[in-house]
Ligand binder design. Structure first.
Ligand code: ZN
Length: 434
């Protein structure tokens, strides 16, 4: 298509998006009002997938469900996380077929949300209340706002009469939270792939061509459960755990020195965090008599960079622990037990000058009328499935908001309209337009 016509076509699509802003926000609100909590081993995503399916079908776009239990090779795959139940919670996949001759693009998001949590909300958690331009609700930012924008992008493009060269695909996957990713993996194995993917995770209009991975270790310090009734001295793991906690500060320093921190994370104050989210020992209540506890457990969560392997990450941690125990008389390595918790999540990255990133950056900058930052994503997510297991370059771009996984989560309503414009522009430039 000639330059002038292409520009006209883009203008038409942007104007059409503007006209449908209420519809975009309404779709996001309907998704937020539909509970889709991920509760391993099960989840409630089915109802949300129905809302999207209905919207796409009403818009004249073919959408199909993908039953994870019917995907060949899924449960045998090395990235599959076992122990999940997928009855009544399929993936949803839609495709806007291109005329051929262009690259295909996939818009991908997850339908599941974290639980509402125990912290008090000022807004109804599933109410989708709109206040001062913010849509409040669990999943609003992470990531039903983006899901609505993605589905709407297909509808706007289809309506506009602009025929794309390559196919434009959209998927709403299940079970991404809680380090899931089985839904994302299932779609890849079932062949719903493209030559590039955009994931709408909350990125506040920055582009993330990378995300960090993580590992969780539970370290138990063992003692003997006892009550010193005859006056003997008893080793108490609670008293010795302090050495381990101090040791983890050293582990943090070691990580900063040794992890392959690339330029995308260079400006992060803490590029490879090591956190201690939980400490647990003993119990002493009216119903449980006081005693020296048998064990004290420290949970350690640390993030990893693209290129680090499960083996190298675990080895480094165990070597560090061995060395710490050798120089700390209070820590006997034989009474320190390490258990790996949850799955290994690798970090991942594509080159920041990849055409997928540079093209999307141009589209976003044009719509936002300002430069767009390209940095590493702070949170682990399902992007690695595309890069490592489907040979598909991927990048994260989503709206602004706050409080993902916390009380009073919200997304900016106007950002969803902006997002549709960016996704549509990108589809036209990446896939080509006739
Ligand atoms: Zn998410």
């Amino acid at each position: 298509m000639a330059e002038a016509n292409l520009a006209q076509c883009e203008e038409r699509v942007l104007a059409a998006t503007e006209e449908r802003q209420e519809e975009i926000i309404d779709l996001a609100c309907r998704l937020i009002r539909t509970p889709t909590e991920n509760m391993p081993p099960g989840g409630q995503e089915g109802a949300g997938q129905q809302v999207l399916h209905q919207f796409l079908t009403d818009s004249g776009i073919k959408a199909q469900f993908l039953d994870l239990d019917k995907v060949e090779g899924l449960t045998q795959h090395e990235a599959y996380l076992p122990g999940r139940d997928y009855s009544g919670r399929p993936n949803l996949i839609a495709r806007l077929p291109g005329r051929g001759g262009g690259r295909s693009l996939l818009l991908s998001g997850h339908m599941d949300t974290m639980p509402v949590g125990t912290n008090p909300w000022q807004h109804e958690p599933l109410g989708a209340q709109i206040e001062q331009g913010r849509i409040y609700g669990r999943g609003a930012w992470d990531m039903k706002g983006a899901l609505a924008a993605m589905a709407m992008s297909l509808a706007v493009l289809d309506d506009s009469g602009a025929r794309l060269g390559g196919d434009l695909l959209f998927e709403s996957v299940v079970d991404e939270e809680h380090a899931g990713c089985n839904g994302t993996l299932a779609s890849r194995l079932a062949g719903h792939n493209a030559e590039g993917v955009i994931i709408g995770e909350p990125s506040s209009f920055r582009l993330f061509p990378a995300h960090r991975g993580f590992r969780i270790a539970h370290i138990s310090l063992k003692g003997t459960a006892a009550m010193s009734l005859s006056g003997e001295e008893i080793a108490n793991p609670v008293e010795d755990i302090g050495r381990l906690i101090e040791g983890m500060k050293e582990f943090r320093r070691l990580r900063r020195q040794t992890a392959p921190i690339g330029p995308l994370y260079a400006d992060y104050p803490d590029p490879v965090p090591v956190w201690l989210p939980k400490l647990q020992a003993g119990e002493f209540t009216l119903h449980v008599p006081m005693q020296i506890p048998e064990e004290c457990k420290l949970e350690v969560y640390w993030q990893t960079m693209a290129g680090e392997t499960r083996e190298s990450v675990e080895r480094q941690f165990l070597d560090f622990l061995d060395e710490l125990c050798q120089r700390e008389p209070a820590l006997d390595r034989d009474s320190v037990e390490v258990q790996w918790h949850q799955r290994w999540m690798p970090g991942t990255q594509i080159p920041p000058d990849h055409p997928l990133v540079t093209t999307l950056r141009e589209c976003a900058a044009q719509v936002l009328e300002e430069a767009v930052a390209v940095v590493g994503g702070p949170f682990p997510c399902d992007l690695f499935i595309f890069n490592l297991y489907a040979n598909t370059p991927g990048v994260i771009l989503g709206p602004r908001g706050e409080n993902a996984h916390a009380a009073d989560e919200f997304v900016y309503a106007a950002d969803l309209v902006t997002l549709v414009k960016i996704y549509c522009l990108m589809a036209m430039r990446w896939c080509g337009v006739e």
